[in-house]
Design a protein around this ligand. Structure first.
Ligand SMILES: Cc1cc2nc3c(=O)[nH]c(=O)nc-3n(C[C@H](O)[C@H](O)[C@H](O)COP(=O)(O)OP(=O)(O)OC[C@H]3O[C@@H](n4cnc5c(N)ncnc54)[C@H](O)[C@@H]3O)c2cc1C
Length: 324
């Protein structure tokens, strides 16, 4: 049986591992102590926050089939909420997601998908890969200097710029990946003792440094006290990427207070999270990059529209190609 290393336990890495099950012995290396990458869930005190992906669509049959077992068990549910568009601090449009294509969420948190698809896999948590080597077999080295070798293939399932920092310049698609730009984002997480009077579940704010608001605690299957997740606009994050987090938080909270017309300074939990590589909207020419000669492959959402379903499709397409 072949031996494959996957760098990254986000959805693309876990998808690749799932579809390699009968084909290879797979070892996943994940630098953080949580599963799901940008689909993870943070806990602070009594509150949990989906601080990355907010919901996902499933337009392709392959992805729907993949998540069907989770829908059947209630680990994925439709989020049928009212979503509003806000301009100049006023609601200009309302949409009811129950009459639209499903907006799915993991239950009780977005990290449920990661937890589900990680079950039974060989995963090395808190193992940041810092370099690779390719010879007749591939090897990866973690930040403690430990080397894991004997791989027939190494798959990078990480954001493009992070893959680039480890890839060999002789990789066939190195220059293509070098051109990838990803957008940063700040997530603001607020937990309250009492509910705020907000009559929608989600909002897109079209002209503010805050671009998204979700009443996290009102997503299906959440039993925590009232909580909000806000996201900054890309422009704001770009301009303030190295700014002091307290300043970022103060600004985004003031802006949130104006948007929802409720003072959010009473929040008992206030956290800010910086995503350096949050998203990219562009579809690359390929949904993955495979160099059979070097025995290296790269996949991830950024190859494929920068969304959860794109992460799945990228890994799915890569493994289908490998098995040809
Ligand atoms: C704030 C935010 C909001 C979003 N909202 C939505 C949304 O509403 N809907 C939607 O569809 N998508 C959304 N997305 C995008 C979605 O989260 C991603 O498309 C998807 O989760 C990407 O999965 P991935 O496996 O490709 O990458 P990731 O989830 O980034 O997984 C990569 C993994 O690799 C690990 N890693 C990186 N480098 C190394 C290394 N050297 N060694 C070991 N491990 C490493 C990382 O820790 C991470 O776990 C959002 C993203 C963000 C940040």
């Amino acid at each position: 049986m072949k031996k494959v290393a996957i760098i990254g336990a986000g959805l693309s890495g876990l998808t690749a591992s799932y579809f390699l099950e009968d084909y290879a012995e797979v070892f996943i290396f994940e630098k953080s102590n949580g599963l799901g990458g940008r689909m993870s869930t943070r806990r602070y005190d009594r509150y949990s926050f989906d601080h990355g992906a907010q919901y996902f669509t499933a337009k392709t049959k392959q992805f729907l089939d993949f998540i069907k077992p989770l829908i059947d068990t209630g680990a994925v549910k439709r989020w049928d909420t009212k979503c509003v568009n806000i301009v100049n601090y006023n609601v200009v449009e309302e949409q009811n997601w129950n009459s639209q294509e499903p907006h799915f969420v993991g239950v009780p948190g977005m990290n449920q998908l990661g937890k589900h698809f990680a079950t039974g896999r060989n995963i090395f948590m808190k193992k940041k890969v810092v370099s690779i080597e390719v010879d007749s077999k591939g090897a990866v080295r973690d930040e403690d200097g430990k080397i894991y070798n004997g791989f027939d293939l190494i798959i990078f399932a990480v954001p493009g710029p992070q893959a680039l920092s480890l890839l060999l310049p002789s990789f066939n698609y190195y220059d293509e990946i070098k051109k990838i730009e990803m957008n940063p984002c700040f997530s603001l997480l607020l937990g309250f003792d009492k509910e705020l009077a907000i009559d929608f579940g989600a909002a897109k704010i079209l002209d503010s440094d805050v671009s998204w608001l979700a009443v996290n605690s009102k997503k299906p299957g959440r039993s925590d006290p009232f909580s909000l997740v806000l996201q900054s606009s890309v422009n704001f994050a770009r301009k303030n990427i190295n700014e002091d987090h307290n300043k970022i938080m103060a600004h985004l909270m003031e802006e949130t207070t104006r948007i929802i017309k409720c003072d959010v300074s009473s929040a008992s939990v206030k956290k800010i999270h910086r995503w350096v590589y949050a998203s990219n909207q562009k579809k690359e020419n390929k949904s993955f990059f495979l160099d059979r000669k070097l025995k290296l492959a790269v996949c991830g959402d950024w190859c494929n529209n920068g969304k959860v379903e794109g992460a799945f499709c990228s890994a799915y397409d890569l493994i289908a190609e490998l098995k040809k």
